[in-house]
Design a binder for this molecule. Structure first.
Ligand SMILES: C[S@@+](CC[C@H](N)C(=O)[O-])C[C@H]1O[C@@H](n2cnc3c(N)ncnc32)[C@H](O)[C@@H]1O
Length: 262
């Protein structure tokens, strides 16, 4: 009963101290509560009517990690709501939050905070040096298309094999104002975050390319470590793993049809 009344007051913002909120998250981590509930309890827009419905998607993706001793990085802290949601969902997890603003007040227990501008190579290098590798990386920062793409290429090397990299709120790819997006019919859409990952998806089967001279060298390199790219509503999900399997082209085409690439 006490815990339910505390949760109600949490949602009303009346349970104010950060320490109280942190300890509620620790207590809730002992219960197998759905992630969507936890986001709602702490007030993250990741699972709110009229905002996003990421909690259900994340529960599907993160179920195998729930009780692991993992490290999750989230870029974008705001009021600390998702930090507490992650803390309550991953009882053995360490949560690393980064924000362009100083959010160090939210650092306690297994939540660590860094000041990082996700568009700064030097800041991201400092973060990598301080924290090492992660099982999960979530970009919920500026939502500026160029930042989403830049941060992925800077941070993907710090994702462990088998890990997940998630870019939230990619609706900004489709918005022609404010975040560097473009209307979907506009050729400029190709340079947005969605456009970039749609293109990168073509490289998953890089072993089938007969010629590599007219292809993007950075995409060719990174696609060797991507086993899956999923597009969900307003989310891009990239799974890291060994994607170096060879083509069976030789058996099926060269030997049967005696056809050779130019
Ligand atoms: C959508 S809010 C994060 C919400 C939080 N993850 C949650 O679910 O409760 C976005 C945050 O990104 C931060 N931000 C904006 N531009 C940034 C940048 N260039 N680098 C890092 N963080 C940035 C903002 O200060 C803000 O706190």
């Amino acid at each position: 009963m006490w815990i339910m009344s505390q949760i109600k007051t949490l949602r009303g913002g009346r349970l104010t101290t950060l320490r109280e909120r942190y300890w509620i998250a620790c207590l809730l981590s002992m219960l197998p509560l759905p992630l969507a509930w936890l986001f709602r309890i702490f007030g993250s827009d990741k699972s709110q009517t009229g905002q996003h419905a990421y909690g259900g998607v994340y529960a599907e993706l993160f179920r195998p990690y729930r009780y692991a001793r993992l490290k999750i990085l989230e870029i974008g802290v705001l009021s600390g709501a998702s930090m507490l949601g992650w803390r309550a969902y991953f009882p053995s997890g360490t949560i690393i939050g980064c924000d362009i603003e100083d959010k160090s007040a939210f650092a306690m227990g297994r939540i660590r905070l860094h000041i990082v501008d996700q568009s700064s190579s030097a800041d991201l290098a400092r973060l990598r040096a301080a924290e090492g590798a992660f099982e999960i990386i979530v970009d919920d920062g500026s939502h500026v298309n160029a930042h989403q793409i830049f941060t992925f290429f800077e941070m993907f090397g710090s994702l462990k094999s088998g890990g997940l990299y998630i870019i939230e709120d990619v609706q900004t790819s489709y918005w022609p104002v404010g975040f560097g997006g473009a209307e979907v019919q506009d050729p400029a859409f190709a340079a947005t975050c969605m456009g970039t990952f749609l293109e990168l998806a073509r490289y998953i089967n890089h072993a089938e390319f007969f010629r590599q001279d007219n292809m993007n060298a950075a995409y060719l390199r990174i696609a060797q470590d991507i086993t899956e790219i999923q597009f969900r509503h307003n989310l891009i999900i990239i799974r890291k793993g060994d994607n170096r399997q060879p083509s069976n082209f030789k058996d099926y085409v060269i030997e049967k049809f005696d056809w050779h690439p130019a």
